[in-house]
Design a protein around this ligand. Structure first.
Ligand code: AMP
Ligand code: ZN
Length: 118
């Protein structure tokens, strides 16, 4: 369930502090430490799963619950006119932390287009 060397498992266990926006038995939502917009939340399942690539049907209920609460949380945090959800996955997806997380990014202004040319 908990992976010892995983930073988000430690946040879920309260061993590393975070600014929480929502918590229940299976989900934690907290502020990203390096926000890229006025609203930047991370939603995680408390049970460790490395990425979307490792998910199976057993993860569908918690993933569904996470997506279904994203709109309410975004609005509560100040993204009242839209937001973006991002799940970076694996090397190609530029995932940095290998505990599945959904970014919720928004704010009063429009975000840049989704994939910028490098
Ligand atoms: P990703 O590249 O999708 O794996 O995103 C990882 C995200 O985790 C980045 O946006 C980081 O700023 C964020 N992050 C890393 N460590 C922490 C932490 N201790 N508390 C909050 N956010 C973190
Ligand atoms: Zn973990």
């Amino acid at each position: 369930m908990k992976k010892d060397d995983c930073i988000f498992c430690k946040i879920a266990a309260g061993e590393i502090p975070s600014k929480k926006a929502y918590e229940d038995d299976e989900i934690l939502v907290f502020q990203d430490i390096q926000p890229v917009a006025p609203v930047h939340l991370l939603m995680i399942p408390k049970a460790h799963v490395a990425s979307l690539a490792e998910c199976g049907p057993e993860h569908a209920p918690v993933l569904g619950r996470m997506m279904a609460m994203a709109g309410r949380l975004a609005s509560e945090q100040g993204a009242r006119d839209g937001f973006r959800t991002i799940v970076n996955t694996g090397r190609v997806g530029r995932q940095d932390v290998y505990h599945l997380h959904i970014h919720i990014i928004g704010g009063p202004d429009r975000l840049p287009r989704m994939i910028a040319a490098e």
